[in-house]
Design a protein around this ligand. Structure first.
Ligand SMILES: Cc1cc2nc3c(=O)[nH]c(=O)nc-3n(C[C@H](O)[C@H](O)[C@H](O)COP(=O)(O)OP(=O)(O)OC[C@H]3O[C@@H](n4cnc5c(N)ncnc54)[C@H](O)[C@@H]3O)c2cc1C
Length: 319
């Protein structure tokens, strides 16, 4: 049996977990899922739809929100009871963090961001390194494989399964397990309620936008297309936009239908976060900008002219 951690934010599933469930199912074993926190109980239907027979719910009065080390402890307790062949999760920052804690508690290796997994003795994985620019082929020498699935390497496939049966357990938490916890939040949602990771359209801006005020044009175009605004790290480290909007290796990895990159040069750390987008449109004054290598369409020009022109043309076309 393979155990899959379904990550959720106060009961709302991280869609990348469905890809992890699919990847696990393709390894040919039975699948059981686990959520940490009682507000994940409502995910039994979707866990079953994607192939899990059982949804284990790690519930404890000290787990009221994301508490990564407590997750690791809860997973350790469950692994001890169920003895799965592998524990998988999405290769998101949170998936990686929680499984790293599990592996540390068990004193075994953890393979992050795997694009291929073969269970055996030893286990074998291919995994993305250096922002996806290097594929590592590695053997993992432990009985239990603890691994995350690199974002967007597997399409989520429903098996239309019945709701998973719910099995609640209470982890044996130590005081140190809840030292790292969420104290407050800056909303990662835009005004329209579309988050970066599930937006179908992202209009992303870089240093070329010139400052926080320049993002008005991007917001307008994103709103018109039913999408949301993203940005490069230069933009977040300059304080022009919140970190929740950063796309890339140290931001959010995205794969929208349409990614418009305005005033972004295409550093590999940015490309790592958006190269799986279905259609990429680049707006840049520099015809030699590296991001052009990834563009399906490119407009060589000043974004301060191009974006308003695009917005007005789309408004006209919509009538
Ligand atoms: C460990 C590490 C992790 C990192 N993680 C990330 C990450 O997650 N995400 C990320 O984005 N970066 C990340 N970076 C930073 C990355 O290396 C680049 O520095 C950053 O992506 C550059 O941002 P930029 O493209 O906005 O700026 P620049 O590289 O300065 O590019 C600006 C672009 O705007 C164009 N331009 C200027 N004016 C205009 C105009 N008026 N109209 C149109 N185009 C214009 C220019 O031609 C240029 O191509 C990371 C770096 C490190 C070392």
């Amino acid at each position: 049996m393979i155990l899959v951690l379904i990550d959720h934010d106060r009961g709302v599933i991280d869609p990348l977990s469905l890809r992890a469930l699919t990847a696990a199912r393709k390894l040919g074993h039975d699948i059981e899922a686990v959520v940490i926190g009682s507000d994940g109980t409502g995910l039994a239907a979707i866990a079953g739809e994607y192939g899990a027979k059982v949804l284990h719910v790690g519930a404890h009065s000290a787990i009221t929100d994301y508490t990564p080390m407590a997750s690791g402890r809860a997973l350790k307790d469950l692994v001890g009871k169920l003895q799965p062949a592998a524990v998988l999760a999405a290769g998101s920052p949170r998936g990686n963090e929680q499984l790293a804690h599990l592996a540390a508690f068990l004193d075994i290796p953890m393979a992050a961001e795997c694009s291929e997994i073969t269970l055996g003795t030893p286990h074998h994985v291919l995994r993305a390194r250096w922002a996806g620019n290097l594929i590592e082929s590695a053997n993992v020498h432990s009985d239990l494989l603890v691994a995350t699935v690199v974002s967007f390497s597997v399409e989520p496939e429903s098996v239309q399964g019945a709701a998973a049966s719910v099995a609640q357990f209470e982890p044996d938490l130590q005081p140190a397990d809840t030292v790292v916890k969420i104290l407050s939040r800056d909303s990662g949602e835009t005004k329209g309620g579309v988050t970066l990771s599930d937006a179908k359209v992202i209009v992303s801006g870089g240093r070329g936008v010139g400052g926080p005020d320049g993002f008005g044009n991007l917001e307008e175009l994103a709103g018109l297309l039913g999408g949301t605004v993203g940005c490069s790290r230069v933009v977040t480290s300059s304080g022009w936009r919140p970190h929740a909007e950063q796309v890339g290796q140290t931001g959010t990895k995205v794969a929208p239908d349409l990614y418009i990159a305005a005033g972004i040069s295409g550093a590999m750390q940015h490309i790592a976060g958006m190269k799986n987008s279905k259609t990429i449109v680049v707006i840049n004054t520099d015809p030699e900008a590296p991001i052009l290598r990834y563009a399906d369409y490119a407009i060589i020009g000043d974004l301060h002219q191009v974006l308003p022109a695009l917005t007005s043309a789309i408004r006209q076309a919509k009538g």
